[in-house]
Design a protein around this ligand. Sequence first.
Ligand code: FAD
Length: 389
Amino acid sequence: MEQDLKIYDYVIIGAGAAGLHLSLAMLTDEWFANKHILILDKDDKKVDDKTWSFWEKGAGKWDDIIEKSWSKGKFNTKTESIELDLAPYLYKTLPSINFYDFGRKKIAETEHIKWIKDAVKTVNNIGDKIEIRGERSTYFAKQVFDSRIDKGFESAREQHFTLQQHFKGWVIETEKPVFDPTTFVMMDFQVKWQDSACFTYVLPVSPTKALVEFTLFTEDLIAYDAYDDYLRRYIKEALKIEQYHISKVEFGIIPMSDYPFEKANLPHIMKIGTAGGHVKPSSGYAFKNIEKAAQKIIHNLKNNRAPEHGIINKKFRWYDSLYLDVLVNHNELGESIYTDMYRKNSIQQIFKFLDDETNLMEDLKIIWSFKFSPFLKALLYNLSGIRIK
Ligand SMILES: Cc1cc2nc3c(=O)[nH]c(=O)nc-3n(C[C@H](O)[C@H](O)[C@H](O)COP(=O)(O)OP(=O)(O)OC[C@H]3O[C@@H](n4cnc5c(N)ncnc54)[C@H](O)[C@@H]3O)c2cc1C
């Protein structure tokens, strides 16, 4: 077994969304110019395994590598279609391979940061430094950022409100122009799996090409083929498309849980990304949250604070927990909760709320738009431990 005897200032485990956001934030900040940084990943990151979508106001950092952006969207049910005029926000989509390639290139161009392929097995505090044992070598660091999810999550998930956001998406291509590439579909409840919280999401990147994704927020997964049946039905019944071919398939599972992931942080070992609780529990959106967390980490390090300081917002985590309680116990309410939210609030306020940026008055207005009784029951349970049926 090799040993890399150098003591890195920072070792980042994982070159996914969180690892790359953090590395890129470090290498574009002069303060880190004399720091030695190592990024380790078990994988080459050469596969386009995710389509990251997010919203932000106007121009953004990743505009050169995104695939497309939209200023208009729709929210659909069987009986209504709500137009979403996003300005000043844009909804953007970024193929993960563009982000991996961009990150790899920037890292290769920068001397004080190195990327090594290795699978990390253990991370231990051994006194004055952290020892990271990989399959190929052992490394040492003053501070570690770790994207591996704490094993405690699997055993503790039953004690928390936990759903899985699971989805299968097809990129479909047609010969004739059938899509309106100016408008994406945020949520469409026309085709549903039983009475569960599920919807379809459509990102038309051109008149002949779109990602169509069937998504569920449920405790258990469904049979792998069942997603295909629902995608076929949606494409036929809602999009009215008969002739198409599938050029790409995406499958994913995102944990939606009020499990306190950040509890796995140890002195000089901070969990990041999904592992750090940086996925918004009630929506599964994470790309921008992870970027914001990286900026806070940078700020904390520069100000000699613990890197995790101020990243988790307790108020919004509490709302997320109430929401998860409602959906775990009343999964059938998914459609009506979202319909109320989109009917009664502007998309700008919804984005602001989902970004954890609203003030108490704005929160109350959003919360007021939901059906009262399941949320009241969740609140009572949260405060008293008594569950009203
Ligand atoms: C298919 C899919 C689509 C998604 N789409 C969106 C979206 O549209 N918008 C959005 O905001 N969020 C989305 N998410 C949620 C979230 O943005 C992603 O899950 C995001 O990738 C999480 O970042 P991460 O760094 O925590 O994990 P990852 O990006 O998965 O990165 C973890 C990295 O750690 C590496 N690793 C793991 N174990 C080890 C080990 N032992 N040693 C070394 N390396 C290791 C892995 O190889 C991987 O590269 C999506 C998630 C999935 C699964």
